[in-house]
Design a protein around this ligand. Structure first.
Ligand code: ADP
Length: 507
């Protein structure tokens, strides 16, 4: 989704995602969705929306107007990259663009990798104390103390933040260790620059006249003299240590820089160690999760067992001619229970690192899918029209294939309102079987889609339907065992299409 960027000298920078529905920009109140406290703005100053042609802005009859340069806007206008509009006297609106490189006027005065060479004895003893503190502590609890010590050593280090990298798409910084003043002063473009160079940077704009107006976040945020030092774990940046001197009288010097680089190296080591500890804890939790999973497996078995019990009950009162059908239904359900148990054993072996065995067979895709749909109709009473479009012969592991189709179709039913159409479509093209299960249900946000296929992940409004958060995880393992891929495309409120592929080559 495109984004716009708003800059206000007092409120700072904010960004907003723009969809087809117009969003009103104005002073805080019920009438505006994008709000900026500025008495020069009207309550409904202007609105922005997007369509296939781009992002549009239109003034809503505000008293101070909206301006492009000297020209007051009279009609809607498409936002162009690099062009700023002025809303009222102060607010600037532009398309959000990833910023690259250094802002104009900013110079890199020095680059360094973390290390303690050439430090004065005062800084070396401060560093020793910090190492002692951090080594003696478990976890990252002592990092704020180390940062406070750094501030005492360098009074010019007025603002300090330790932020995670990459910066999340919504623009807000994740602070690795929350600082008292927050991380709002951190410049995304400087952080990116330091990460790209892989080195600590001493930046200064001493030479630049202070009244020059520049449309880049660093300058807007009043940065004039700063250190941006990437924190590395196994060669990859996971954070940036930012130190900034907002006070024109107090300069950050190269000597300070060497010391701060050494401190940053220390912090990177401490945070990386904590990360490794957390990974170990997560593995432990996954093992515990597996135990919980086995409990849940018994819960899933409920459906076929329920069918068996029902069938047996009916059998006691059935007429002789009805009995063969009931017996066959009971047998089908008991086979299904056995299949489920096999699936769980499969998943348990995936967890323990063993590869799943695959029993390839040529099956009639359409009838297999229809049988699964029939079975679901028997166990889930649902009011969804269900369409199947499928090709004939495919080469799959039948048990796994049935399980995948059932899991995706039952989710499509569970997460869409009664009456919502569910479609299952399967076809082979270029040697690849592709199956798509589409619903018109709740849909899933882009952020949630990223974690759906992990174990124990339930997203959105979990009260809509009972579940364990394991179905998609199992499904993904079954697809991967057959050499295929799985994915989803979805829009919140519009529905979802879960798809998977299975290569049809020899194997
Ligand atoms: P469960 O349904 O038992 O919670 P799954 O692993 O099958 O577990 O699904 C994980 C989560 O993904 C669900 O909790 C639900 O939030 C979401 N989800 C799965 N399928 C759909 C769908 N078709 N539409 C909307 N959300 C879905």
């Amino acid at each position: 989704m495109p984004r716009v960027r708003l800059f206000h000298p007092a409120e700072g920078v904010q960004t907003a995602e723009i969809g087809q529905d117009a969003q009103v920009i104005g002073r805080p109140g019920v009438q505006s969705q994008i709000q900026v406290s500025d008495s020069g703005l009207s309550r409904r100053h202007g609105h922005v929306w997007a369509d296939a042609a781009g992002v549009w802005y239109e003034d809503l009859g505000s008293s101070n107007g909206s301006w492009k340069g000297e020209e007051r806007l009279q009609s809607k206008l498409r936002l162009e990259p690099g062009v700023e509009l002025r809303l009222g006297p102060n607010l600037r609106l532009s398309l959000f663009e990833e910023e690259q490189g250094l802002p104009p006027g900013m110079e890199v005065c020095m680059e360094a990798e973390a290390g303690a060479e050439g430090l004065s004895s005062q800084y070396i003893s401060a560093l020793y104390e910090m190492v002692d503190r951090l080594l003696g502590a478990s976890g990252v609890g002592y990092i704020p103390e180390v940062i406070a010590r750094l501030k005492r050593e360098i009074p010019a280090a007025g603002r300090i933040a330790l932020v995670g990298w990459p910066c999340p798409a919504n623009g807000g910084w994740e602070e690795l260790v929350p600082s008292s003043h927050g991380a709002s002063f951190v410049s995304r473009s400087l952080a990116r620059y330091a990460v790209e160079r892989g080195k600590g940077l001493l930046l200064a704009d001493w030479s630049r006249p202070t009244d020059l107006e520049m449309p880049f976040s660093a300058v807007m945020q009043g940065i004039r003299n700063a250190f941006y030092i990437p924190l590395l774990f196994e060669g990859t940046a996971f954070g940036v240590f930012c130190v900034d001197s907002p006070d024109a009288e107090l300069a950050l010097t190269p000597q300070h820089f060497q010391f701060v680089c050494a401190v940053a190296g220390l912090l990177a080591t401490t945070l990386s160690a904590e990360r490794l500890r957390e990974e170990a804890r997560a593995k432990e939790a996954a093992r515990a999760g597996l135990a919980a999973f086995l409990q849940i497996a018994s819960h899933d078995l409920k459906n076929p067992l329920h069918s068996i019990a029902n069938g047996a009950r009916l059998l006691t009162v059935a007429k002789p001619e009805q009995q063969p059908r009931l017996v066959s239904a009971i047998l089908t359900a008991s086979n299904r229970a056995t299949d489920l148990i096999k699936t769980y054993l499969d998943v348990a072996s995936v967890e323990s690192g063993k590869a799943l065995t695959v029993d390839w067979a040529v099956v009639d895709c359409r009838s297999v899918i229809e049988e699964e749909v029939e079975f679901l109709r028997g166990v889930l009473s649902f009011g969804h029209p269900l369409q199947v479009f499928a090709c004939a012969e495919v080469r799959v592991d039948e048990r796994k294939f049935r399980q995948i189709v059932t899991n995706l179709a039952s989710n499509a039913i569970k997460y869409s309102p009664s009456g919502g159409m569910v479609t299952i479509a399967a076809g082979v093209s270029d040697g690849l079987l592709r199956v798509e299960v589409t619903d018109r249900g709740t849909g899933i946000s882009a952020a949630d889609q990223a974690r759906l296929f992990q174990a124990f992940q339930r997203v959105g409004d979990v009260s809509l339907a009972p579940g364990t958060g394991l179905g998609l995880w199992i499904t993904a393992a079954l697809v991967a065992a057959q050499g295929g891929q799985i994915g989803v495309t979805s829009e919140p409120g519009q529905g979802s299409t879960f798809w998977f592929t299975i290569p049809q080559g020899e194997g």
